[in-house]
Design a protein around this ligand. Structure first.
Ligand code: ADP
Ligand code: MG
Length: 698
C-alpha cells in the first residue's frame, strides 16, 4: 500500500486538483467564491464542471450526484450519469456548469414540515463551493444546500452556512474595534469526536430491535458490564484494529483527517476523532464518516452501531463537538494570548460565549434533542440535560477577580490598564479535568458534549454560532457607540460575568445535588426530553434572535419544530411496534415452550414417583406463567396507545403522549420480558443476550 501522504485526499477535487486542472483565471474566480463568497459566473461554472467531470471520469466515475443533508438527519443523493448520446450511436461524457450549480431532485418525500406541499414536489439543490466535491464508489458527489421552490431551507447545511456568516459579520466588527483591520473573515472550527459500538453481523441479524431501531429494546443485564473499566483505552482487538485500519484508509482518501482512535468506556465501544476544520466541512466530513464507518464494518462482518443508547445499563455514545473561532490569518480567538491587549480581546470573546450559552440554554439543549439522545442526557453517564459551562479553576479565578475588581493572584501576575492581570497560560492539563460538564473550556476551545452519536453536528453548531453572533452584536453595538472604549469594555466584561455566572459550574455534573442546585437555586433550565424542549424553538426570544441574524425564517422554524417532534414520535412508535412484534411472536412463545418443557419434566418425574416434590419446576412454571400473562397485558396496553396515537394529529399533544404514556409502557413491557429472560433456559431464548452482543467481537 502507498504511504498516506501519497493517497491522502486522492478522491477529492481539492485545491491541489483545482490548481492543476483549471486555468489561472478560472481558478482565481473560484477561489474568490470559496474564500469571500463572491458570486460565480456561469462561464466559470462551466469550466469547473468540465474539469471536475474529466477528473472524476479519470478516477472511474460514471455518475454525479448533488449530495445534500435533508432533515432526516442523514445524507441524500440522486445519481445521474454523465452519458449523453452522440449522433454515431455512442455516448460522450458530459457535465455542464448549470448541472453543477443547481439540481432539481423530486423532493416530495423529504420532510418539509409544511414548507412544501407534496403536490409541489420541486426542491432545489445548490452547489456549496466551500466544501470540496469528492468521489464515492463510481459517483462524483457535489456537496449542496437543499431548499424549497420558495427558497426556504429544507436541509441542515443552509442554516449552518447562514449562522457562520452571522458570526463572521459580528466577530469582524469586534476585531475592527480592537484595531485589527487586516482580518478578512472569522470562521468557526469544529473537531467532532465520534463514539460508536461494534458488534458482529451474526449477532445483529438475530435481533429485530437492532435492525429496525438501532438499539436493543429488550435484554437482561449481562453478569459483566463496564464495571471494571477495563475496556477504556484498552488494547484494541485484532479484528477491531483491522477495521480501523481500513476505515482510516477510506477516510484519508476522502481527505478526512481521521486522527485519534481508542476503546471507550463500555465493552465494544470505540471512538474516532478527526483533526478539526471549518465547521461546514467538519459537518460534511462527519456525515460521510458515519456512512463509511457503517459500510466498512459490513466488509469485516461487523455492524457499527451509531445509536445513542444501544444497550440499557451500559454507557451510551455521544459526539463531542470541539468548537472555536479563528481568523483567516489563523488566530484562534479563544486562545488567551500572551499580552494584556490580546487578553482583553480573548476575555470579550470568552464572555460572548458565556452569555450566549446562558441566554440560549434552551436552543443548545434542543439542538441535540432526539428520541435516542433522551436516553443519554440526564441518565447517569453523559452530561445532564441541564446546560452549564466548565471553565476550570484558573480562568474562574480570573473572572472572579474581574467581577470583584480585585487583582488576580495567578501565576504570572502583571497588572494591565483594563484592571485585569495578565492571564496565565492555559494548558489542557489545567482545564480538561472535568469530564462531566456539558460545555467545557479546554484550553483554547469549548467542548460541547451533549450531542448524540448519530446527530448531525450541523444542528448544534448553527445554534451555537447564532447565539454567539448575538452576544457579539450586542457588544459591538455598545462599543461602537462608546466614548471611552476601554472603560466600556471593562464594564461590559464585568457585567457579563455578574449576570451570567450562574451558568458556570466547575463541579461534578453527574451529581443529583447539582441538578437540585442548578434548577432551584440558579434557575437553570432542565428539559429532560425532546417534547420538553423542542416547543421552545418557537419562543419569542429565540425566534427574534434567529430571524434577526437571518439564520432561519419564521416559517422554517415552525416547520423544523414540527419535523423534530414528528421524528421523535415516529421513532418511538417504530420501537413500540417492534417490541409488540418481538414480545408476541418471539418472547412469549419462547417462554411458553420452556414452561411446557418444565411441566413435561414435572409430569415425567411424577410418573416415576408421584411423591417427588418437583418444587423447582412448580415454582418456575408459576413465575413464568405470571410473566407471560403480564407480557400479554402490557402488549395490549401498548397496542392501544399506539392506535390512539396514530389518530392524534396535534404534534405537541402526540409527543407528550409518547413521553408520558408510551415510553413508560415500553419500559414496563421490557421489565417483564427481561425478567423472563433471566428465568428461561438460554437454549430457548430467541435472541443473543447482552453478554453475547457486548463481547461478540473477539
Ligand atoms: P479529548 O478526547 O481529550 O477531548 P482529543 O484530542 O481526542 O481530546 O480531541 C480533541 C478534538 O478537538 C480533536 O478533534 C481536535 O482536532 C479538536 N481541536 C483541537 N483544537 C481545536 C480548536 N482550536 N478548535 C476546534 N477543535 C479543536
Ligand atoms: Mg473530548
Amino acid at each position: 500500500m502507498k504511504n498516506v501522504s501519497e493517497y491522502f485526499g486522492s478522491l477529492v477535487f481539492d485545491d491541489r486538483v483545482m490548481k492543476a486542472t483549471l486555468s489561472a483565471k478560472v481558478y482565481q474566480s473560484l477561489k474568490k467564491t470559496i474564500d469571500e463568497g463572491a458570486k460565480l459566473d456561469i462561464s466559470v461554472a462551466n469550466a469547473v464542471a468540465i474539469a471536475m467531470k474529466d477528473w472524476a471520469v479519470a478516477h472511474g466515475a460514471t455518475h454525479y450526484t448533488h449530495w445534500f443533508q435533508p432533515l432526516t438527519g442523514i445524507t441524500a443523493e440522486k445519481h445521474d450519469s454523465f452519458i449523453s448520446p452522440s449522433p454515431d450511436g455512442g455516448v460522450i461524457m458530459e457535465f455542464s456548469g448549470k448541472e453543477l450549480i443547481k439540481g432539481e431532485p423530486d423532493a416530495s418525500s423529504f420532510p418539509s414540515g409544511g414548507l412544501r406541499a407534496t403536490f409541489e414536489a420541486r426542491g432545489y439543490t445548490a452547489w456549496d463551493p466551500t466544501s470540496y466535491a469528492f468521489i464515492k464508489g463510481k459517483t462524483l458527489c457535489i456537496p449542496t444546500a437543499f431548499c424549497s421552490y420558495g427558497g426556504e431551507a429544507l436541509d441542515k447545511k443552509t442554516p449552518l452556512l447562514r449562522s457562520m456568516e452571522a458570526l463572521n459579520k459580528q466577530a469582524l466588527r469586534i476585531l475592527h474595534l480592537f484595531g485589527n483591520d487586516s482580518v478578512k473573515c472569522v470562521r468557526t472550527c469544529v473537531g467532532p469526536e465520534q463514539e460508536y459500538f461494534l458488534i458482529t453481523k451474526e449477532m445483529y441479524e438475530q435481533r429485530p430491535d437492532l435492525q429496525y431501531t438501532g438499539r436493543t429494546l429488550f435484554g437482561a443485564k449481562s453478569p459483566k458490564g463496564q464495571e471494571m473499566d477495563d475496556h477504556y483505552f484498552g488494547v484494541i482487538k485484532p479484528r477491531v484494529a483491522a477495521y480501523m485500519e481500513e476505515l482510516n484508509h477510506e477516510l484519508w482518501q476522502l481527505g478526512i483527517l481521521a486522527k485519534t482512535e481508542h476503546n471507550e468506556v463500555a465493552p465494544a465501544q470505540h471512538e474516532l476523532a478527526p483533526i478539526y476544520t471549518t465547521t461546514n466541512i467538519a459537518t460534511d466530513h462527519n456525515q460521510l464518516m458515519m456512512e463509511i464507518m457503517q459500510k466498512t464494518a459490513a466488509k469485516h462482518g461487523l455492524v457499527c452501531l451509531l445509536h445513542e443508547k444501544p444497550f440499557a445499563g451500559v454507557n451510551g455514545s455521544g459526539k463531542h463537538n470541539n468548537w472555536s473561532m479563528a481568523t483567516d490569518d489563523g488566530v484562534n480567538l479563544l486562545s488567551p494570548g500572551a499580552t494584556p491587549y490580546e487578553n482583553a480581546q480573548f476575555l470579550l470573546f470568552l464572555c460572548a460565549v458565556i452569555k450566549a450559552v446562558d441566554d440560549y440554554q434552551d436552543l443548545l439543549r434542543l439542538s441535540v434533542a432526539t428520541a435516542g439522545n433522551d436516553h443519554r442526557l440526564g441518565a447517569n453517564e453523559a452530561p445532564p440535560a441541564v446546560v452549564s459551562i466548565f471553565l476550570g479553576d484558573e480562568l474562574n479565578a480570573v473572572l472572579e477577580a474581574i467581577e470583584q475588581g480585585t487583582p488576580y493572584n495567578g501565576a504570572e501576575k502583571k497588572q494591565m490598564k483594563l484592571g485585569v492581570d495578565v492571564l496565565p497560560k492555559f494548558n489542557r492539563d489545567t482545564t480538561d479535568r472535568n469530564r462531566t460538564s456539558p460545555f467545557a473550556f479546554t484550553g483554547n476551545k469549548f467542548e460541547f458534549r451533549m450531542l448524540g452519536s448519530s446527530n448531525s453536528i450541523a444542528c448544534a453548531n448553527m445554534m451555537l454560532n447564532a447565539a454567539v453572533a448575538e452576544s457579539l452584536k450586542i457588544y459591538a453595538d455598545r462599543l461602537e457607540g462608546a466614548e471611552d472604549f476601554e472603560t466600556t469594555l471593562h464594564e461590559m466584561i464585568r457585567k457579563t460575568i455578574k449576570d451570567h455566572k450562574k451558568i458556570i459550574f466547575n463541579g461534578n455534573g453527574y451529581d443529583d445535588a447539582w441538578i437540585e442546585e442548578a434548577t432551584k437555586e440558579r434557575g437553570l433550565l432542565n428539559y429532560r426530553t425532546t417534547p420538553d424542549c423542542m416547543p421552545h424553538l418557537l419562543d419569542k426570544k429565540n425566534v427574534d434572535m434567529l430571524t434577526a441574524h437571518k439564520v432561519f425564517s419564521v416559517a422554517e422554524l415552525k416547520s423544523r419544530c414540527d419535523i423534530m417532534l414528528e421524528n421523535y414520535c415516529k421513532t418511538v412508535v417504530i420501537e413500540a411496534n417492534t417490541m409488540i412484534s418481538m414480545a408476541k411472536t418471539q418472547i412469549a412463545p419462547a417462554v411458553d415452550a420452556y414452561t411446557l418443557k418444565l411441566a413435561q419434566t414435572q409430569a415425567a418425574k411424577k410418573a416415576v414417583n408421584v411423591s417427588l416434590p418437583c418444587a423447582y419446576e412448580t415454582k418456575l412454571v408459576e413465575k413464568l406463567s405470571a410473566l407471560t400473562d403480564a407480557i400479554y397485558t402490557k402488549v395490549e396496553e401498548l397496542e392501544e396507545t399506539v392506535a390512539a396515537l396514530t389518530k392524534n394529529d396535534d404534534i405537541f399533544a402526540a409527543s407528550n403522549a409518547v413521553r408520558d404514556t408510551m415510553l413508560p409502557q415500553m419500559d414496563a413491557l421490557r421489565a417483564a420480558c427481561d425478567e423472563a429472560e433471566t428465568l428461561t433456559a438460554k437454549s430457548y431464548w430467541p435472541f443473543p443476550s447482552y453478554g453475547d452482543l457486548l463481547f461478540s467481537v473477539k
